[in-house]
Design a protein around this ligand. Structure first.
Ligand code: 5GP
Length: 122
C-alpha cells in the first residue's frame, strides 16, 4: 500500500504466490486460505491483499472501513461453507499485537469451526 512502510510478512509471499497456500476464496481485495497449523477442524485466515498500514486492527482508521467490511463479509460467507467443514456457526477472531497473541503483522481474521466450540475466548 501507499502508506505502508512496515516490514513484509509471510502473507505477502502467499499473496504473491511465492509460497503455496490452500486458497479457499479470493477477489481483488481479499484472500482466504487454510491455516497451516489449524486450531479447529476448520480454520481459515482472511486477509486484505493490500495491507495499507493494517499490520494490526489497532491501526484501523476510517479509510479502512471498506476493506474491513469486505473482510467481515468474506468471513461470514466462509463460516457457512459446509465444503470447508463448517457446521452451524463458527468463531471469528482477530488477534491484536503481542498481548493478543498476534504473530503475523498483516491483519487477518481467523474463522474457526467444524465442531462445537466452548464459550471461552482465551
Ligand atoms: P496470529 O497468531 O498472528 O493471529 O495468527 C497467524 C496464523 O498464521 C497462525 O494461526 C499460523 O498458523 C498461520 N500461519 C503462519 N504462517 C503460515 C503460512 O506460511 N501459511 C499458512 N497457511 N498459515 C500460516
Amino acid at each position: 500500500g501507499l502508506k505502508d512502510t512496515d516490514p513484509a510478512t509471510i502473507f505477502d509471499k502467499i499473496i504473491a504466490g511465492e509460497i503455496p497456500a490452500s486458497v479457499v476464496k479470493e477477489d481483488d481485495h481479499i484472500l482466504a486460505f487454510k491455516d497451516i497449523n489449524p486450531m479447529a477442524p476448520a480454520h481459515i485466515l482472511v486477509i486484505p491483499k493490500d495491507r495499507n498500514g493494517l499490520t494490526r486492527i489497532n491501526r484501523a482508521t476510517p479509510e479502512h472501513t471498506n476493506i474491513l467490511g469486505r473482510l467481515l463479509v468474506a468471513a461470514g460467507e466462509i463460516a457457512k461453507d459446509e465444503t470447508l467443514g463448517f457446521g452451524d456457526g463458527a468463531r471469528i477472531v482477530i488477534n491484536d499485537g503481542p498481548d493478543g497473541g498476534q504473530e503475523v503483522m498483516h491483519l487477518h481474521l481467523h474463522v474457526l469451526g467444524g465442531k462445537k466450540l466452548n464459550g471461552q475466548l482465551g
